[in-house]
Design a protein around this ligand. Structure first.
Ligand SMILES: [Fe+2]
Ligand SMILES: [Fe+2]
Length: 203
């Protein structure tokens, strides 16, 4: 989620000295539960976190690296619920105060290049941007299907993508732009989201 007024006016985040400094999963959940009251937003953040973790593991990354990906997804909208006009500056500053790994902070800062004015550079940056809006659209689609995620097909998701009245808040341009930047075929990206998000044990 983004509002247009939130250019962060910088490209560097955190301090390299804090590399590999992370929150535990428990610590991230405490922050998430304190800051986010909206249950639907919590689900969205957990889903994006799950996709990030699964993608990192699929790419052969070690568990600790996948945990960083998980954290970036899990916390990317942490300030949206209570401080939408400070999104995503507030969570960035919080993670900087806590001396968290700059890679995680920068990925969060990149999840809406048109809004935050931060260009995705790393694969982590690009995949968080790529999963964010698409995850929301796929989830909205699952909620309107009597069978939820069961039997969901890529072509059904693509149909909903074309229908701009469906989940109208989901920005289609961002989805296209993000897939291009990540150099991932949109069909493959959709298939991954449907497969991993559908039957996820969210943590
Ligand atoms: Fe957001
Ligand atoms: Fe989001």
């Amino acid at each position: 989620m983004q509002t247009p007024s939130l250019n962060l006016n910088r490209q560097e985040f955190g301090d390299p000295i804090n590399k590999d400094n992370v929150l535990t999963l428990e610590g991230a959940h405490i922050l998430l539960n304190e800051w986010v009251l909206n249950e639907r937003l919590k689900v969205h953040m957990k889903q994006v976190g799950h996709l990030m973790k699964e993608y990192a593991l699929q790419e052969g990354m070690a568990a600790f690296e996948a945990h960083k990906w998980h954290l970036a997804g899990l916390l990317h909208d942490a300030d949206w619920d209570q401080w939408p006009d400070q999104h995503c500056r507030k969570i960035i500053e919080e993670l900087e105060t806590r001396s968290i790994d700059p890679e995680i902070i920068r990925a969060i800062a990149c999840h809406g290049p048109r809004y935050f004015g931060v260009e995705p550079r790393t694969t982590m940056d690009k995949m968080l941007y790529a999963f964010d809006e698409l995850s929301g659209l796929v989830h909205a689609y699952s909620l309107m299907r009597p069978e939820g995620y069961v039997g969901m097909e890529v072509k059904g998701v693509k149909k909903r993508l074309k229908d701009k009245t469906f989940a109208a808040q989901v920005n289609r341009e961002d989805i296209e732009d993000a897939a291009q930047r990540a150099e991932i075929n949109l069909e493959d990206l959709i298939a991954f989201v449907v497969a991993k998000q559908g039957f996820a044990e969210l943590s």
